[in-house]
Design a protein around this ligand. Structure first.
Ligand code: NAD
Length: 294
């Protein structure tokens, strides 16, 4: 995988200044990872409280590195300062690459991407961290679709090595090269994949969630299923993983997968994720999902 990625990154100039849209679970994680590996990053959100949370999560991670003796206080301080919180597009004209990480909704993403495109330089690369939405679809209203591709990180960003770099119908080789190079600079293992709903990893993961939901409808106990999957050797079971991912994100992603693969992914009536979503039990992010968190 590493060799192939290096082939794709050939000739790319490094990203000197990055930006991320959204300071949530993923946006905050991308900001931390970028800053910790030396690429300054603007973290933009529309809610000040989201920025505060994103910054405090990054701070916690840097402090953890200092406590474990992996980072000096001075280096942690410098890295923390490389994350610049923003509520506006102020400095976006100097950005080389943007990672969009707002809510998993086609309409919202399209409007945010179109707006961002007007704020960045003509040769800057725009990417989306969408979990499931087709990159070709997201590119439809963009003026420079050749400069757009998917950059799909996994949660938690600082621990998960893989990044899917997704080539849309009009994505240029230069955009892929820059994105792959940035993923490598962040210490990640990029793979270049073709465009389809769910790309590679979520085409495997979401049918697994669907299988779990079906068992729930048949009366299975989610805690028992989680325990069994842990015994099977996986770090966590599906219910806990859904709480980590965010039930709201999984709900939206599930709709995209059902539309993309109706024969396999469409379900009759409401399943467990639908019901939790309706109850606004979004998982760890708001303290209640399948499980309850302090
Ligand atoms: P989240 O709900 O934690 O964060 C989303 C953030 O986007 C919020 O802080 C919100 O205020 C902000 N936002 C909304 N509109 C905005 C706008 N116009 N401009 C700037 N910020 C805006 O969600 P998340 O889990 O971080 O997911 C973000 C994206 O990453 C989604 O597309 C999701 O599918 C994808 N993703 C999520 C995971 C996961 O495990 N949670 C993994 C991989 C990819």
């Amino acid at each position: 995988i590493k060799k192939t990625a290096s082939k794709y990154a050939k000739g790319a100039t490094p990203v000197k200044q990055a930006a991320v849209l959204g300071a949530g679970i993923m946006g905050g994680g991308v900001a931390y990872q970028s800053a910790s590996k030396g690429t300054p990053i603007i973290m933009k959100d529309i809610r000040p409280e989201a920025l505060e949370l994103g910054l405090s999560e990054a701070n916690k991670l840097f402090n953890g590195q200092v406590e474990r003796g992996r980072l000096t206080t001075a280096k942690a301080f410098k890295a923390m300062n490389a994350i610049v919180p923003a509520l506006s597009y102020g400095e976006f004209e100097h950005v080389d690459l943007v990672v969009e990480a707002v809510v998993e909704n086609v309409k919202v993403k399209k409007s945010v991407l179109a707006e961002t495109e007007t704020k960045i330089a003509d040769d800057a690369i725009l990417t989306s961290n969408t979990s499931t939405i087709s990159i070709t679809e997201l590119a439809k209203d963009l003026k420079r679709p050749e400069n757009f591709c998917g950059m799909h990180f996994f949660n938690p960003v600082h621990r998960m090595p893989l990044v899917e770099v997704i080539r849309g119908e009009k994505t240029s080789d230069a955009a892929i090269a820059k994105t792959v190079a940035y993923a490598q600079a962040m210490g990640k293992t990029p793979i270049v994949v073709n465009d389809c709903p769910g790309f590679l990893v979520n085409r495997v993961l979401f049918p697994y969630f669907a299988g779990f939901s079906l068992m729930m409808e048949e009366g299975a106990d989610f805690q028992q299923v989680d325990k069994v999957m842990e015994r099977f050797g996986w770090p966590m079971g599906p219910a806990y993983l859904l709480d980590v991912v965010g039930v709201d994100t999984a709900f939206h992603a599930d709709q995209v997968m059902a539309q993309g693969y109706p024969d396999r992914m469409k379900h009759e009536g409401k399943n467990a994720v639908d019901r939790l979503f309706e109850l606004e039990r979004f998982g760890q992010k708001n303290g209640q999902g399948f499980y309850t968190y302090e």
